[in-house]
Design a protein around this ligand. Structure first.
Ligand code: ADP
Ligand code: MG
Length: 259
């Protein structure tokens, strides 16, 4: 229930403060190193009330355009880490920078999040009474061309023929594809996914993986995917193994390790 409310909040949050021009400029500027590193994480730490050290002093550079998988046992801190990276949760210590912009300095975080980051969860969190088109248009808040942009996002995930269906009238795989369309409708540079194939069969998993790969190839998106599935992790450039809130090791497919 909390997750549902969080999602509705995320996709409907109005802008109440202006986006800082300094941040916008820093996003466009940036040194060569900052252009290579999409997300720089330093000393990231989160302790929940009750004393659970869910994320402990994590340092990690996520490279522009890479697919990074995060693996680890249940309770190891993967979702907490992803939520901190996505600014859905606040760390007690440490920082997350997007292309040189420290999240702590962003004035309008909901706007930044909506424009820079797409989120996909294990459950689709589509609103049941809205058509897929209206669900995907939701993050655009009635902007001009919202429906046209939602329509093209749905076409991109192969659901042009399902626009006017409600979530209950399409398959589980199609619902997850619609959730991906909603995540990319604002053309974010980063897509964060928490067990996106956790609820689907292996055929649908392959469809979703191909879709992620094509989004990456077409738009140069940076993908961070929390997964339990070795079949999903095998498609990543690097696999970060998390244990007890810390990076245990990083597997790389020949690319330089940046942790
Ligand atoms: P994973 O996604 O790897 O299963 P989580 O990040 O969900 O792990 O959880 C990491 C640890 O933090 C677990 O011990 C979990 O019980 C605890 N935890 C997660 N969310 C909360 C919360 N809201 N309040 C208190 N403890 C939490
Ligand atoms: Mg989790």
């Amino acid at each position: 229930m909390r997750r549902w409310l969080l999602c509705v909040w995320m996709f409907t949050m109005p802008d109440d403060v202006q986006f800082s021009p300094a941040n916008a400029m820093a996003l466009q500027a940036g040194s060569a190193r900052e252009r290579d590193v999409a997300i720089a994480i330093r000393g990231l730490t989160k302790t929940y009330p009750g004393g659970v050290n869910a994320v402990r002093n994590i340092d990690l550079d996520i490279l522009q355009g890479e697919m990074l998988a995060i693996m680890g046992k249940s309770g190891s801190g993967k979702s907490t880490l992803l939520n901190l990276i996505g600014s859905l949760d606040k760390p007690e210590a440490g920082s997350v920078e997007y292309h040189g912009v420290d999240l702590r300095r962003v004035v309008n975080l909901p706007k930044f999040r909506r424009e820079e980051i797409g989120f996909v969860f294990q459950l689709h969190y589509l609103l049941p009474h809205l058509t897929l088109l209206d669900n995907v248009a939701l993050p655009l808040f009635g902007q001009a061309q919202a429906r046209a942009r939602a329509s093209s996002a749905l076409a991109e995930v192969g659901l042009a023929h399902r626009e006017h269906h409600v979530p209950g009238a399409v398959s589980g795989g199609e619902r997850q594809r619609a959730a991906i369309a909603r995540a990319i409708v604002n053309q974010p540079r980063v897509l964060l996914a928490d067990e996106p194939t956790g609820n689907v069969d292996s055929v649908t998993e392959e469809v979703l993986l191909k879709l992620f790969e094509s989004l990456r190839a077409k738009h140069g998106m940076t993908l961070v995917v929390v997964t339990h599935e070795p079949t999903v992790a095998a498609r990543a450039d690097r696999i970060v193994h998390i244990k007890d809130g810390q990076i245990e090791r990083i597997e790389s497919k020949g690319n330089p390790t940046a942790a």
